[in-house]
Write a protein that binds this ligand. Structure first.
Ligand code: NAI
Length: 696
């Protein structure tokens, strides 16, 4: 709990100002004649901008303006933070782009009113100040922010396939200059308060006990408004804008194609065409975002945003200590990185393995990760302290959570859990990171098999957000909830799945990777296979992905799945592994690598197969397997399957996941194409019997 002194909300007192009918806002006038207008959105844990909040805000501004105060401070009455942005649930209500534009222009008028109030205005910020929240704050003359880890500022609209729409494109550029503002808007990245101050986004950064005083001082002293450096004026001239815009487009093109992600290109065009004319750019901003709302990309990204929120609700009811004790057994690729991640996220971690030599590389990797991610030396030292090498296994007796990540061998795992079960506290959560062994087989010899849960992380642990929570019908539901709670506690997204071979994500990915290998065997060049997947929108080609995962791992998963389904594993995979070509880690796999970097392959051309055929062979096998998983209830519904594939594998986010993709394409058309491919290439393309019911 934070002490009174550290509470981030305002403690200013004064005479209340009546705001008739207001449910979300409160205002008071202090002894200096400054009005403090506080937002506490009713019935919600976080402040966001919905129509009602905005309407009340407009009325409040008029009431306050009529009293001609010394100044106005806008703040949040929620300890959680200032404003997380627009309430995107309301976006769905727009009937068409014209209706959306009308609504947006109303917000523009309201924010312009705030911007032109005839007295000083200050936004007093703590916690998240994002999207529309930052756009509102940018209308104030000054901003003061709390110096703590939770205070973040950003314009993340681009992550929803949009760009700022409440005047933010104009005001961010005015405040920061083109380069910094475009970087902020095109990446959607969030800044901590200090960085925001360095860029010129906030004027003062202070500890909680000084926030009110700093806000008041900005009103009383009215310092000059900061402007970006003079050379920004040059970048904004009509001669320079097309050149700068071309550079920006080239940067964006490295990450996103215009046909997949139109929003960054729309933003650049907006500035290129109207950057010299404030009023025109504001009008064009509204029209542009109204159009973007209705793009399939934005619709899918918004849907995924809600689904991500849905994943966050799993495990919400689990009670979790502030700093749980996690005991990780096995300090290899996965165990070492899981331990480091848990320590980074505040858990007290003990890491066990058979000998010191197996742990040393994990600790070296962990220290490197802490150095990269934690710039504050105290925070870094604290993370290092939280990760303790524990060869004797002393941490086991005290652990709240035990995570097993030893070699993928049933007998070894069973023997280990017999020991863990005897030594750990009865209430400790027992988890295995197995990627292919049925949970029931590992749990079989435990006195209480219901206790064991699968907590399946993906590699690399620090980048992959999804963690599968694997259960059987026998698993104690409470243990599953606690496992999901643990995954949330370390900032990851839990996805409940059944303990079927390959679980969900690997199972769906396997046919896609195997088809890529098959295509390569048939003479389609590596680069042509991978290029087709990139053109579809995957973040990486399947053959390169197989190299990154490790061909030995692919082979092991392939065998498990083949054993379960009777399918075959491509012969090339076995040959590569037998030859010691294990992928990137061994310097060669499908591609060759030097110092971890992929070398350009020798073959060129497309191997005579049209790219559309390559894509369909890859993606429709994946879709077909997704249908099979839904049919077998490996996952509860299509939405969870889609979000799992996006966050577990990077499946083209703008397409919304495999099932959303098949829906968009037309499930009948997808099915017919599978039938056609089955005729040409064999039974592996036969549409799954569940195809029709899955889409009905
Ligand atoms: P690894 O071979 O890199 O590491 C295994 C570690 O466990 C080694 O350091 C070994 O010394 C240690 N170990 C073996 N027996 C032990 C015992 N009885 N007590 C203590 N330590 C013991 O393996 P990796 O890749 O980290 O995999 C670990 C587990 O995670 C496996 O179950 C694997 O299926 C799963 N997994 C692997 C992924 C990957 O991409 N490598 C992805 C997701 C899950």
């Amino acid at each position: 709990m934070k002490s009174e002194l550290e509470a981030p909300t305002s403690t200013v007192s004064g005479e209340p100002i009546a705001l008739p009918g207001a449910r979300h806002w409160q205002a008071l006038r202090d002894a200096d004649g400054i009005v403090w207008l506080g937002l506490d959105r009713a019935d919600e844990s976080a402040n966001s901008l919905c129509a009602e909040v905005l309407e009340e805000f407009g009325a409040a501004l008029e009431t306050i303006a009529a009293r001609a105060p010394r100044g106005l401070v806008i703040h949040s009455r929620k300890p959680q933070g200032f404003l997380v942005g627009a309430d995107i649930r309301e976006f769905e209500h727009f009937a068409d782009p014209a209706a959306a534009e009308r609504e947006i222009l109303r917000v523009h008028a309201l924010f312009a009113r705030l911007e032109t109030l005839p007295f000083p205005t200050v936004a007093r910020l703590h916690g998240p100040c994002l999207g529309g929240g930052l756009e509102l704050a940018l209308c104030c003359r000054h901003r003061v922010a709390l110096e703590d880890a939770e205070t973040t500022l950003g314009l993340p609209e681009i992550l929803l396939g949009l760009h700022p729409g409440a005047g933010g494109t104009v005001r961010a550029i005015e405040r920061l200059g083109v380069a910094a503002a475009m970087d902020l808007m095109l990446t959607g990245r969030q800044l901590d308060a200090r960085r925001a101050q360095r860029l010129g986004l906030v004027d003062r950064v202070v500890p909680a006990r000084h926030l009110d005083r700093a806000a008041r001082a900005l009103i009383m002293n009215a310092p000059a408004v900061r402007r970006p450096p003079w050379w920004n004026g040059i970048a904004a001239t009509s001669v320079a804008r097309p050149l700068v815009a071309r550079l920006l487009r080239a940067q964006v093109a490295k990450r996103a194609r215009p046909e997949h992600y139109p929003a960054p290109y729309a933003l650049i065009e907006l500035w290129e065409r109207h950057g010299g004319d404030r009023a025109a750019m504001l009008r064009a901003e509204a029209a542009s975002i109204a159009r973007l709302f209705f793009t399939p990309t934005s619709r899918q990204l918004q849907r995924l945003f809600f689904l991500q929120e849905r994943l966050k609700t799993f495990g919400k009811t689990a009670e979790m200590q502030d700093a749980p004790r996690v005991h990780v057994i096995g300090a290899g690729t996965m165990g070492g990185d899981i331990a480091a991640w848990c320590a980074l996220r505040g858990c007290r971690v003990t890491l066990a393995d058979r000998e010191a030599k197996f742990v040393a590389p994990a600790i070296a990797r962990a220290h490197e990760a802490f150095r990269r991610r934690l710039r504050d030396p105290y925070a870094r030292a604290a993370a290092i302290d939280r990760l303790v090498v524990d060869l004797a296994g002393d941490g086991l007796e005290r652990a709240d959570i035990v995570v097993e990540a030893i070699v993928e061998d049933l007998a070894a795992k069973r023997a280990l859990f017999a020991h863990v079960n005897a030594a750990a506290r009865p209430e400790a959560l027992l988890a295995t990171n197995t990627s292919s062994i049925p949970l029931a087989a590992i749990a079989e010899e435990l006195p209480v098999p219901a206790r064991l849960v699968g907590v399946h992380f993906f590699n690399p642990v620090d980048r992959m957000q999804l963690v599968e929570i694997v259960t059987t019908p026998q698993t104690d539901p409470d243990a599953a909830t606690r496992a999901a709670g643990f995954v949330r506690r370390i900032g990851r997204l839990p996805l409940p799945v059944a303990s079927a071979p390959g679980f969900l994500v690997n199972r769906i990915l396997a046919p896609y990777l195997q088809e890529a290998m098959q295509l390569h065997e048939e003479g389609v060049p590596l680069a042509a296979v991978d290029r087709a997947a990139l053109a579809f929108g995957m973040p990486m080609g399947p053959l390169e992905l197989a190299d990154v995962v490790g061909l030995d791992v692919c082979l092991a998963v392939g065998k498990v799945l083949a054993g379960a389904s009777g399918a075959t594993v491509p012969a090339v995979l076995g040959r590569q592994v037998a030859a010691g070509r294990l992928g990137r880690k061994s310097g060669a796999g499908f591609y060759r690598y030097r110092s971890g970097k992929k070398l350009a392959p020798r073959e060129a051309g497309d191997g005579g197969l049209p790219a559309a055929d390559v894509i369909d062979r890859l993606v429709l096998r994946l879709v077909n397997e997704a249908v099979a998983c839904l049919h077998e209830r490996v996952v509860a519904d299509a939405d969870l399957l889609d979000v799992g594939m996006v966050f577990g594998t990077g499946f083209a986010p703008f397409r919304g996941g495999p099932i959303a993709y098949a829906r968009e394409r037309g499930s009948d058309a997808a099915r017919a194409r599978l039938v056609e491919l089955a005729g040409r290439y064999g039974a592996r393309f036969e549409p799954h019997p569940g195809f029709e019911s899955c889409f009905s």
